[in-house]
Each structure stands twice: as C-alpha cells, then as structure tokens.
Design a protein around this ligand. Structure first.
Ligand code: GLA
Length: 513
C-alpha cells in the first residue's frame, strides 16, 4: 500500500514536472528534452513494410506511407499491370495478379526539396499478413459507445496526424457494433438479424458499406469483430450458426480484417481439448480463405491451449496470447510488462503470416483518461512490442492524440524493426529482476537489441558479443534518437533511465545498409 501510494505520488510529481516542462518549451518553441524521436525531414522519406502479401485476383489497396512536406509525387517501378498508383495521394489500388508470383517493386517519392525510394516485394500467394498489422482499434476508448462517426473520425485522424505516413493502416471496430438482444437502449435493441438471417448493425452504424468505402477512399483498411458464440463478450449478437453468412456479409460490406473473439462460445465448446479450441477457428478460417477479398483473421481466445502452436494452421494471422492487457494491474511494474514478458517467451511461434498478439498499445488518452505511464515506460512499451514483432494497434483516443503519443507511435526506425521482412520475433537474452534484454535478428543481417531497465533508478546495462551472438566490430545505432553511437567490439554498455529502454541496432562493420 505504502509502495502504491509512493508510486502514485511519484507519478503525480512526474506529471507536474512534465506540464511545467511543456509550458516552458511551448513558450520557447522547443520540444521537451525527453522526446526521443527526431522530427521527420521535410524531404520525402518512404516508410512501411518491405514485403506485402495478397491473394491472387483479390482487391488490392495500399497507401504508400511517406513523410515529408506535401505535395509529394509518387511513382512505382515494376508495379503489376493490374494495379494503378495515384501519383498525388500515393494510393495503389486495383486487383492482384491472377497467378502466384513475386514482384520486386521500387516505390519513389519526390517533393520540391528532394526524393526517396524504397523497395517493396509484393507476394501474390496464399499467405497474407506477412508483417504484423498496424492501426487502431476502438475498444479501450469506446467500448459500447462506438459509432460510425467515431470510426470515420479515427480514419481521418490516422491520415491528418501523420500516423498513416508511418504505416498505420487498419481502422478496426471492436465489439458493440451489432445489436444487443437484451438491450433497452433504442440505439442497440431490435432484431439482431433480418428475415433472411443476415446480421444487422445497430442504429449507430447506419450504412456499413458507406463507412468502409470512406475508409478505403483514404487508402486505409478496416476491421470488424464477432464471436463464434451466440453472443459477443459484451452481450451483442455473435456468429454462432451463421458463420458462413456473416463472413460473406463482412466481406460484402468491405471489411479487411475480422477479430474473432471466443466469448460465449465457451458455453458451447464440448471441452477444452485442442480440437475443441480449434473447431470454431477452423470453421471461420476456412470460410475467410474462400472469400473473394483478403480478410485478415485476428484470433482472440486469450492464449488457451497454447494457441500460438496451432493458430496459423487454423487460418489465424495473429492470436492474442494473454487476457486483456488493460485489466492487468502491475505491481512492481506497470501491467504491460507482465503481458510483454509472457508474450516474449513465445518467440518460436511467430513469423510471416502469423503473429503473437499481446494486445493493444494503451498510451495517450485512453477514453477520457490520460495514461499513467511515464514517458520512459511508454518508450519501453513500444520498443518491447516492436522487438516482439507484435501487431501495433493503438487503442487510445484518436481525437486526443498529443505530440508525445505521436512521438512514441511514429518513429520510422522503431517501426522498421517491428515490420522487418524476416519476421522473427525477438528472443530473450537476459531476464532478471532488474534487467531485460530482447534481441531481434533482422532481414539485412543487422540485429536490434532492447536494454530494459526494470528498476526505479537509472542503471548501466551491458552485454557482450558472446551473450548477443555477435562477432567483430559493430556500428551501434540508437534507434529512437536515430543517430549512430560509434563502433564497438566485444561489448556494449549503456546508461538506461528508470523503467526505460535503450533500443539499438548492431550493424556489422563493412555491411552496407
Ligand atoms: C474481450 C477481448 C477484448 C475486447 C472485448 C470486447 O475482452 O479480449 O479485446 O474485444 O472482449 O467485448
């Protein structure tokens, strides 16, 4: 209790200091000194994954993520002829080629000040979700109050805030868009299906097709939510015995992702054998694969039966590995650490097309509550998720995005680690009471390492090449600050703030990146 109180007092004091520092900085037009991500250059800088999967002949939509002063002119070399690029918006649309194949495309962007180019491999084949999903999900900010207007607003904000320029792409509706059989609320009540058995949205979603069309017009994608049980976790209509019709309805409305949440299915499942746990996902996974558009399957069953071992086989592109992060009350450390530690041991089971999902990024203002995490903790959260190749789905309030939250969410070099084409989840190198080190091998041969200080005092953390599996001289880059720290051999030590992280990338001397 004492500890809890002193933590609250420390947090309140830190918040006061922050406000003070912000007021000072605003007066002098500077950024607070603990903002780590440097401003993006005014010249174009292309971001986003370097590999992208799509199924043959399916609709294709991709907004090229790019920072820099607008207007920016886009072009692409070796784009399949069935796709077209809008040179002004950077949105690529059309239909994927009919045959499985790979296209090595070069994206280009130029503005009045300069230009940039970046490769992307378009892989036409059976596997989608070749890199973890990035976007926003409404759950923690809206729960049962989500509306069409809020979702549209979030999509518009994803573009206007610049998040889309870093690769954030999915705008996902969680529970409570359907009708609730037991509700007295005029917005939510009424028959849950029409006479033909088609699922009906509630009154807050007057036109699903128009909503997805709007989101697609921005070059973004959108997700919807259901349960294999008769009811969702919040007691709204689920897809039990309507799986096929619902999946087709979601695709016909234009959705690009389905979060499929176990919920009331627990009462129907025969038992808890792996076969029982797999059954509803085999059913939905199979239906989604047969649709005429790509719908990413985000499985949500809280890690039962070690879902990471079989989630991919049943058609999942990601699977929640734990319960709800927002409900985990930390003790010595905030709750996200506990969830992160549990997810970190599952590194063998993630890879292109199927990712471990430790739940959403809860920073910024969540609903109407500003996060209680310190700045350092927020950088730790984002670093841990990126090193774990976790989906990067922000669930704070988009209309209250502040400069610091964007500084955490939008660092191109951090995101590159999450989205790396090799698709390796980082492995644990060291885990003690005081220190945590995660290491992620990257496609270009370089290695990303996060040094996490779990204590309440600044601390020097060091690891030698033997422990990290490195050899020779390594150029070391501070990923958050986007600057080189020099060349090191045998060992690298760094001073890490309390509850903070230093995230570096080791690049072997002579390697050309
Ligand atoms: C479960 C899930 C959450 C959210 C809610 C919706 O708790 O784990 O992510 O989808 O259901 O009711």
């Amino acid at each position: 209790m004492m500890l809890q109180n002193s933590r609250h007092a420390a947090l309140a004091f830190a918040a006061l200091l922050m406000v003070f520092e912000w007021a000072q900085c605003a007066a002098f037009g500077q950024r607070p000194s603990d903002f780590r991500t440097p401003p993006a250059p005014a010249t174009p800088h292309l971001n986003g994954p370097k590999v992208y999967g799509v199924r043959p002949s399916h609709p294709f939509l991709y907004r090229i993520p790019c920072t820099g002063n607008r207007p920016i002119r886009f072009s692409a070399k070796n784009l399949p002829s069935s796709l077209k690029l809008d040179r002004h918006t950077g949105i690529i649309s059309g239909k994927a080629p009919e045959n499985p194949s790979e296209y090595l495309v070069t994206l280009r962007a130029s503005n009045a000040l300069g230009k940039d180019s970046r490769p992307i491999k378009i892989v036409v084949g059976d596997t989608i979700g070749l890199t973890p999903q990035m976007g926003w999900n409404d759950w923690y900010s809206y729960t049962r109050h989500i509306t069409d207007g809020v979702v549209r607003g979030a999509a518009a904000k994803m573009v206007s805030s610049g998040m889309a320029d870093y690769g954030y792409q999915y705008v996902d509706i969680d529970d409570c868009w359907a009708r609730q059989p037991t509700s007295d609320d005029p917005d939510l009540k009424g028959p849950t299906r029409d006479a033909q058995g088609n699922i009906l949205p509630n009154a807050r979603f007057p036109d699903m097709r128009a909503l997805t069309a709007y989101i697609h017009s921005l070059g973004l994608k959108t997700g919807i939510y259901s349960s294999p049980g008769p009811l969702t976790c919040a007691g709204f209509e689920g897809s039990y015995q309507h799986e096929d019709a619902d999946a087709h309805q979601f695709a016909e409305w234009g959705f690009d992702l389905l979060k499929y949440d176990w919920c009331s299915y627990g009462r129907l499942a025969k038992g808890k054998t792996i076969a029982d746990l797999e059954a509803p996902y085999i059913k939905m996974g199979g239906i989604l694969k047969g649709l005429d558009r790509d719908v990413v399957l985000n499985m949500c069953q809280y890690g039962m039966g070690d879902v990471w071992k079989w989630g991919r086989q049943v058609g999942g592109n990601s699977w929640r590995t734990t319960g709800d992060l927002g409900a985990v009350r930390g003790d010595r450390l905030p709750g996200f650490y506990q969830v992160g530690f549990a997810n970190a041991v599952l590194s063998d089971d993630a890879g292109p097309g199927g990712w471990n999902d430790p739940d959403y990024i809860l920073i910024g203002t969540v609903g109407d509550r500003p996060t209680s995490l310190t700045h350092e903790e927020q950088y730790s959260y984002m670093s841990m998720w990126s090193l774990m190749a976790a989906p990067l789905l922000f669930s704070g309030e988009m209309s209250k995005l502040d400069e610091f939250t964007l500084n955490v969410l939008c660092n191109s070099e951090v995101i590159d680690i999450d989205q790396d084409s090799l698709g390796k989840q980082g492995v644990i190198v060291r885990k003690t009471e005081d220190e945590f080190i995660l290491e992620k091998r990257l496609d270009d041969g370089s290695v990303a390492v996060g040094y996490f200080n779990l204590t309440t005092a600044p601390r020097s953390i060091s690891a030698d090449w033997k422990e990290l599996g490195l050899t020779g001289t390594q150029r070391v880059r501070d990923v958050w600050r986007q600057r080189d720290l020099g060349s090191f051999s045998e060992n690298f030590s760094t001073q890490v703030p309390n509850h903070g992280v230093i995230l570096v990338r080791f690049i072997a001397a002579g390697a050309d990146h």
